[in-house]
Design a binder for this molecule. Structure first.
Ligand code: ITT
Length: 208
């Protein structure tokens, strides 16, 4: 087993290899009084098998896989897109939908295609994010955030990542890929779940 890294006090290791997530996480946690390290920055190279059937299970799998390698607080995000008309698919399989290496241009087109002829409220969908924390004392915490939307008829926007170009927020008349990064983080599933987790960590004295 790899050596335990013990000099990570005042630090949070965020267990993701998704650059888009990591960028948002850094913004949402900015000013929290902890240095936020990606796995690469923490020198940890572990890829957990996400074989859970819920966002909660997978987020916990990710933090548990990293716990043996550090004394820092470990956070992970398991997230995805639920499309109601598709029985909440791709859901926990969002990253693997049509294969990990398939471009999001194709994945997004395919979701739009599967909804052809479907109109109005029947196009409802949401992004879900569960943040798990593994604390140095062994406790596990989770928080959950969602943002409701509808699947757009055409992809639009270049911000964010993944399915952002096809998730239209009706109140704003924009997809989440058309929002400024700050605006997306203010209303997003990830912003909501991570701010709740920050509150919990603050109450326990792990960050400010
Ligand atoms: P890690 O497990 O390393 O964190 P991952 O991308 O495999 O990276 P998930 O298993 O949690 O992470 O899959 C999340 C997928 O859900 C992500 O790859 C996108 O396809 C989608 N997704 C989640 N949040 C999103 C967002 O804010 N905007 C667009 N797509 C999002």
């Amino acid at each position: 087993m790899k050596e335990r890294i013990t000099d990570l006090k005042g630090r949070i290791v965020f267990a993701t290899s998704n650059e888009g997530k990591m960028k948002e996480v850094r913004m949402i946690l900015s000013g929290c009084g902890c240095e936020v390290l990606s796995l690469r920055e923490a020198g940890i190279d572990v890829d957990a098998e996400e074989n859970g059937t819920t966002f909660e299970e997978n987020a916990i799998i990710k933090v548990k896989a990293i716990r043996p390698f550090t004394d820092a607080v470990v956070l992970a995000d398991d997230s995805g897109l639920e499309v109601d008309y598709l029985d909440k698919a791709p859901g926990v399989y969002s990253a693997r939908f049509m294969g990990h290496d398939t471009s999001y241009e194709l994945k997004n087109r395919e979701i739009i295609r599967r909804l052809s002829g479907v109109e109005g409220e029947e196009r409802s969908a949401r992004f879900v994010c569960v943040i798990a924390a593994s604390l140095p004392d062994g406790r596990i915490l989770t928080t959950r955030g969602t943002i409701e939307g509808v699947i757009a008829h055409e992809p639009s926007g270049t911000g964010g990542f993944g399915y952002d170009p096809i998730v239209l927020v009706p109140e704003l008349g924009k997809t989440t890929a058309e929002l400024e990064a700050e605006e997306k983080n203010r209303i997003s599933h990830r912003g909501k779940a991570l701010r709740q987790m920050r509150e919990k960590l603050r109450a326990l004295g792990y960050c400010s």
